[in-house]
Write a protein that binds this ligand. Structure first.
Ligand SMILES: *Cc1c(COP(=O)(O)O)cnc(C)c1O
Length: 383
């Protein structure tokens, strides 16, 4: 596989040239109370990791997900790290992770010196294959990192049954699935711990930021202590465990709270955008990652497969020349340099990774915009 560097650049790129790119793959909508709340932080001087917005953001977020506790952190990657640490996962443990995901679902497993064991995806939903999870369980397996990729929930009945049968912890990586539901239940509330990201291109953002949720009081306490330098509760400035500074600032929480107030509208709009794309392009050879039975898909990135890998790349190039930015689907993690030494084959993930792409998916897109983008795609297939 090629383009590894450019994928890294594209994924977090903010240096796109607005003169050339008419439709970026993502941009945040900051049209609510963001500015007002941030001004309150500045005017009151509460700009660091204490202040009224942090508690309010955490409480309202926990309510939105349907869990008892939420603790804010500085990004989604450390959210996953903190979850592993709080569950006591470390050297000698194996953790099951989908290979088809963003790198931040897997790297924290290595960071705690445990071993990520990759599983393949299902061809229809692109999510973790429960049969492959079961096949990869050993007596060292301690946890499953369940990733609801691109906003489509995983098969939680099957996965939770496997976890229960084998006594495994479940960490849900919901970075791309804020508000997604499986059988009416919001993702992040199924497992022991749920992790969220508020990076600039996620369904809701606070610039950089994340949230860790749980309904277990003891885990909530461990998460808070580890994120805050391992501060003891019984003595000030006494640090009795090896912790971190993973705190969020009041400014980030101010933006996050303003975004949370609007998140249902963002999700509704993103579902509408996905439906516009699917309707416009129904006669073209693209297979969309669409909502399946029993789930509520939030379409973080509207994603589709083209028939062949080389066609994907030429379609992306054609779109780029016409001002439409796209992204390739993630490279399977087992093919990345850090992980590739241990050869394994994951056919479905490798296939989706080569043939898939993400289309512009931000909430400000109008029907007209989506039609314009689809017209470029139609031109490509008709030329
Ligand atoms: C974005 C993302 C993360 C990490 O979030 P950051 O806030 O960028 O650190 C983790 N997992 C998945 C699946 C993501 O998409």
């Amino acid at each position: 596989m090629t383009e590894i560097e450019s994928e890294v650049l594209m994924d977090k790129s903010d240096d796109r040239n607005p003169a050339k790119i008419k439709y970026p793959v993502y941009q945040p909508s900051l049209t609510g109370n963001e500015k007002k709340y941030v001004d309150e932080c500045l005017d009151s001087t509460w700009i660091s990791s204490k202040g009224k917005f942090i508690g309010k953001f955490e409480d309202d977020f926990a309510k939105f997900i349907g869990v008892d506790y939420a603790t804010s952190v500085c990004n989604g990657t450390v959210a996953v790290h903190l979850a592993l640490v709080a569950l006591g996962i470390g050297a000698g443990d194996e953790v099951i992770v989908p290979t088809f995901t963003y790198i931040a679902s897997a790297n924290p497993v290595l960071v705690v010196n445990a071993k990520p064991v990759f599983v393949d995806s299902l061809p229809d939903t692109w999510q973790m294959d429960p049969k492959d999870i079961e096949a990869k369980i050993t007596d060292k397996t301690k946890a499953i990192v369940v990733v609801h990729l691109y906003g489509h929930p995983c098969d939680m009945d099957a996965i939770m049954a496997i976890a229960k049968k084998h006594n495994l912890y479940v960490i849900e990586d919901c970075a791309e699935a804020i508000g997604s539901k499986y059988k009416g239940q919001t993702v992040g509330s199924f497992g022991d711990i749920g992790c969220f990201s508020f990076f600039g291109n996620k369904t809701m953002t606070c610039g950089e930021g994340g949230m860790v949720v749980t309904s277990d009081a003891m885990l909530a306490d461990r998460l808070r202590r580890y994120k805050n330098q391992g501060n003891a509760k019984y003595r000030e400035y006494w640090n009795d465990i090896l912790g971190f500074n993973y705190r969020m600032t009041n400014i980030q929480a101010a933006i996050g709270l303003a975004q949370l107030e609007q998140v249902e509208g963002f999700i509704e709009k993103k579902r509408q955008i996905a439906n516009w794309y699917m309707e416009e392009l129904k006669d073209y050879p693209l297979v969309f990652n669409k909502e399946t039975k029993d789930v509520f898909h939030t379409y973080w990135m509207v994603s589709c497969l083209v028939e062949k890998a080389d066609m994907r790349d030429s379609l992306r190039e054609f779109l780029k020349l016409n001002g439409v930015e796209t992204r390739p689907t993630f490279y399977p993690i087992h093919t990345m340099p850090v992980y590739v030494h241990e050869f394994s084959k994951h056919k479905v993930a490798e296939d989706i990774a080569l043939r898939g792409m993400n289309l512009p998916s931000y909430p400000a897109l109008t029907h007209e915009d989506v039609k314009n983008i689809c017209n470029v795609i139609k031109q490509y297939f008709e030329k």
